[in-house]
Design a protein around this ligand. Structure first.
Ligand code: G1P
Length: 291
């Protein structure tokens, strides 16, 4: 059972400036929900009941979003807007949500190390707070949990990327053990295409056994002078098996402008109340050569 999840959401949204000058990138709306709500919903739909968000200064809007808003609830009730009221109440009751503040932005590995005392001695999930995973089947985190239940080892979501993109990701060197599962031999963060052991990229969802914290304490600063989670994973491989799983689904890194626009269109098209009108409009836009 994976009960706990950690959502790192402390980084500056530099790639999305100026939109993120005074609001967290995780609060950017996709269709009509902030990005981080999709992430929390994926965790909850996968059986997680307890979520720790690692935030920093300037992320107050995230706290407010997951808190109750009595005034808003009272107003919606008074106006008889039952559906909206239910959706607003659900946000604050989906899971037990906790916050911890990363004191300096020293990288993803450093952010995860803040979860050590909260997580304790049990396996847990990590979901990047600026990444939406869209799946028509099981939620991507649940797909990883199913792999964890079989292997009883840490398992990370993997996605094939083209070689010209490997330098943006953590990359796995792994042995194909069938059914989309790879037994890891090594992990490397943001390699050049020439040095990359494969094109299997780490996609922003992880299940870790609690030993990861020991390795996070031991690693030095890596790529971009940051404490890299991938470096701790590589060190952990010396003592523990780990796996990569090629999930079914589409990853949207919403901290990147093009992906942000694509996510809005893809998830907007999926919505019964918006999709048909959006599709018609897109067809007209393209037919008129306005793009
Ligand atoms: C982080 C991880 C990287 C992973 C990526 C997925 O990098 O360090 O291993 O592949 O997320 O989005 P970042 O995007 O923060 O540079």
């Amino acid at each position: 059972m994976i009960r706990k999840a950690v959502i790192p959401a402390a980084g500056f949204g530099t790639r999305m400036l100026p939109a993120t000058k005074s609001q967290p990138k995780e609060m950017m709306p996709v269709v009509d929900k902030p990005v981080i709500q999709y992430v929390v919903e994926e965790a909850v739909a996968s059986g997680v009941t307890d979520i720790l968000m690692v935030i920093s200064k300037g992320k107050r809007a995230i706290e407010d979003h997951f808190d109750r808003s009595y005034e808003l609830e009272a107003q919606l009730e008074e106006k008889g807007k039952a559906d909206l009221l239910a959706s607003v109440k659900r946000i604050s009751s989906m899971a037990n949500i906790h916050f911890v503040w990363q004191k300096e932005l020293n990288g993803l590995g450093d952010a995860i190390s803040y979860a050590k005392y909260h997580v304790g001695n049990e396996p847990f999930a990590v979901l990047l707070g600026d990444t939406i995973m869209d799946s028509l089947g099981d939620p991507v985190l649940l797909q990883l949990i199913e792999q964890y239940e079989m292997t009883k080892a840490s398992v990370v979501a993997m996605e094939r990327v083209s070689m010209d993109k490997v330098h943006r990701y953590g990359i796995i060197d792994g042995e194909d053990v069938g059914n989309d599962l790879f037994k890891a031999r090594s992990f490397v963060e943001k390699p050049n295409a020439a040095d990359a052991p494969s094109n299997l990229a780490i996609g922003g969802r992880y299940i870790f056994t609690p030993e990861i914290f020991t390795y996070l304490e031991q690693i030095d600063r890596g790529v971009n002078n940051e404490i890299q989670l991938t470096d701790a994973m590589r060190m952990m491989l010396q003592d523990h098996d780990m796996y990569g799983y090629v999930y079914e689904g589409t990853r949207y890194d919403v901290g990147n402008t093009l992906d942000f626009i694509k996510t809005n269109i893809a998830l907007g098209l999926r919505r019964a109340d918006l999709g048909p009108a959006l599709e018609d409009w897109l067809k007209v836009l393209m037919a008129n050569n306005r793009i």
